[in-house]
Design a protein around this ligand. Sequence first.
Ligand code: SF4
Ligand code: SF4
Length: 246
Amino acid sequence: MTQPPILPRHMTKLGRSETFTFSCHKNVKCFTECCRMLELALTPYDVLRLRRATGLTSRQLLDEYIIIEQDPGEPFPRFYLTMVDDGRASCVFVSEQGCTVYPHRPSACRAYPLGRAVVRCENGTKEEHFVLLKEAHCQGFAEPAAHNAVQYSAEQELVTYNRFNDAITTIVQHDSIRKGRKPSPEDIDLYILALYNIDTFREKVVADRLDTIKRNESEKNCLIQDDEKLLLFGIDWLHQQLFDRS
Ligand code: SF4
Ligand code: SF4
């Protein structure tokens, strides 16, 4: 029988309907403390939303705001938001008044203090697991508002983020990856292109420069004008490129 993972001391397992008390607002003493000294991992949908918040292109975000790290033991790289060198390693988007990209803040910022993992089972179903991260500096747990994991996710508008983040598990948790396949450097380039560099990916769709079934003009227009549809198309295209070719 597989043993459940041992969680760090500040994390506890949380059932879907188990309640916890928490609230974060401008009047907590620790306001914006958690926006400093952190490793903020970004998903492709986070980048799409930050692009919308900042007006920058995905290429500019990759060049100026995102650090790509490839751990030799991991199949795919990880993407982190850059922190400012201000002696406090502050997030590039934090101000004294709070988050300057709040309506488009990344999934990890919305989810805190919840952690969520999705595991794809062999029969194609998904299992969703939650943990509660209770860090000593966070005063939000002293607030009276009670939630459970499902309510809190809805309040933080995580449902849309989770939809895209879960779609990517079809790539990162693909059977061949779980069995130890290591993507080639070319595969990693395609991964970055389709998932994290949507503007360059769009240009390639427009110019029919992707090695894929050609799309008619109306299908192309629909993809070109809709970032969300383009990202979902990119996930399918990447799946095809990495796993469906002999
Ligand atoms: S540390 Fe907790 S309460 Fe304080 S700002 Fe961050 S999330 Fe909110
Ligand atoms: S994106 Fe916003 S909420 Fe997230 S760490 Fe940066 S300032 Fe804080």
